[in-house]
Design a protein around this ligand. Structure first.
Ligand code: ACO
Length: 428
């Protein structure tokens, strides 16, 4: 392949270098386009063809269904790794040895206390507030306690910001759930592992000793690993662009949480379960809902299906489907929702509408079934996604800041009114 791209604009032609990634992905580097052409820009709403950065964190091939963090396949990480190890690899570039992991965990624990005044903010929320709204507000509130931009030239400052948010976000996640369940706001225990501690903080009742169920723990660990990063998705791009103004890590992550909440992104896991429940309440007629999803006059979409990048299968969905089967089996739960999900999946996989558009189950199609089996309320599903995505957001923010990337500021093509004179109010 030629190492350059040639663009013809009117009678002039311009050359642009190609950039090749380590997995041979190719981009046209158009950094000089606007200057060279005296004002021409590219237009790509939704960034379907636009790379916003070079990144060494996550590789995914949507056609082949490949997902790797730092070169490690998602299948191997989910089978053998722990969430904290994976978080370390994402953030610092490689899997930790025992001493590195121990230090990382101990530093996180040392920063995991949240200012007691934050509880007053939680008190102010009504009990029926959505926990995703609570989490995003509380993370923003922590910006007020950690206002300063991080000095990227200080490794220590970067590291401290990272362990702080890794320590405090799980507390906020647990508190968001405890608020809607009417439980007292507690702390975990520094004697526990990262996941065990999250479970204790979320599920412990004030009058019972909490005993960790290893089946649930393993499933949670796996789910969080599967969600830990996904290169330049909507929320991660948000984190990078907010961080590019040199806003601090808490502010950037708080923006990412808001971006994640939308039903086309992380909010899909809640939407999937609500959809499955609605189908069940409506008599379980999956064909009716398939027809609705295909009807262009109906706004209904089959939630948990389709993906911007995966056009073959979502490797995370494969792992989650098996995990859901195993968990329900191990816990002896017979959830009719699972049968509806399986039925919908089978129908969609054999339906020309879905086949032609390459719409397959995504990571969210089965994750809600697992969360429900763990006793996590449906409104908490996207909060759990945010907890899993935290290391990815941190890694992407750190990479962007360490590379001293410029502030993110896209351009536009203006399509509004041309110049016109102001007409005074009384004359309009
Ligand atoms: N149900 C029915 N039709 C669908 C669905 C769906 N879930 N998803 C896409 N389509 C159709 C569109 O109507 C469109 O049809 P057309 O070509 O006839 O107009 C075609 O497939 C392409 O869809 P787009 O929306 O252009 O695809 P895009 O890449 O922009 O969107 C997205 C991807 C947002 C994930 C979409 O598939 C969707 O809305 N899915 C449901 C929500 C969901 O599950 N989101 C979670 C994504 S994973 C994550 O964020 C973790």
């Amino acid at each position: 392949m030629s190492e350059k791209a040639i663009l013809q604009v009117g009678n002039n032609s311009y050359e642009f270098p190609l950039v090749k990634g380590t997995e041979n992905e190719v981009a046209i580097n158009i950094k000089t386009l606007r200057g060279a052409t005296k004002g021409v820009i590219t237009l790509d709403p939704g960034f379907k063809n636009t790379g916003s950065c070079e990144s060494a964190i996550t590789f995914l091939d949507g056609e082949k269904g490949i997902l790797r963090y730092r070169g490690y396949s998602i299948e191997q990480l989910a089978d053998n790794g722990s969430f904290l190890e994976v978080a370390y690899a994402l953030i610092f570039g490689d899997l930790p040895n025992e001493a590195q992991l121990e230090k990382f965990h101990s530093d996180i624990k040392s920063k995991s206390v949240v200012d007691e005044d934050v509880k007053k903010i939680i008190d102010a929320f009504p009990k029926n507030a959505h926990p995703m709204g609570i989490l995003s507000s509380l993370t923003s509130a922590l910006v007020a306690f950690n206002p300063s931009s991080v000095n990227v030239d200080s490794e220590e400052e970067m590291y401290n910001a990272i362990v702080k948010i890794m320590g405090k976000l799980p507390v906020l996640v647990a508190w968001a759930m405890r608020k809607i369940k009417g439980l007292p706001l507690n702390y975990g225990s520094n004697s526990l592992g990262y996941i065990d501690n999250i479970m204790k903080m979320m599920f412990e009742k004030p009058n019972e000793e909490y005993v960790i169920n290893p089946i649930i723990k393993n499933a949670l660990d796996k789910l969080l690993i599967l969600h830990a990063d996904h290169e330049q998705n909507c929320s991660t791009s948000t984190v990078r662009i907010v961080g590019s103004s040199h806003a601090g890590l808490f502010a950037s992550v708080s923006a990412g949480i808001s971006a994640l909440w939308g039903p086309l992104h992380g909010g899909a896991n809640q939407a999937v379960l609500e959809m499955l429940e609605a189908i069940r309440a409506d008599g379980g007629d999956t064909k009716k809902y398939m027809a609705k999803a295909k009807d262009k006059n109906d706004t209904f979409r089959l939630m948990g299906f389709g993906h911007r990048v995966y056009k073959n299968f979502d490797p995370r969905a494969k792992i989650i489907k098996i995990a859901a089967d195993e968990l329900l089996n191990d816990l002896g739960i017979d959830d009719p929702i699972l049968d509806i999900a399986r039925g919908l999946e089978q129908e969609a996989l054999n339906d020309p509408y879905f086949v032609e558009r390459k719409l397959y189950p995504n990571v969210d199609f089965y994750s809600g079934i697992i969360y429900r089996a763990m006793g996590i309320p449906v409104e908490m599903f996207t909060v759990m996604f945010a907890l899993g995505r935290l290391p990815g957001w941190i890694a992407q923010w750190k990479e962007m800041r360490s590379r001293k990337e410029p502030i993110g500021r896209p351009r536009q093509i203006y399509t509004g009114e041309n110049y016109r004179e102001f007409i005074k109010l009384e004359k309009r």
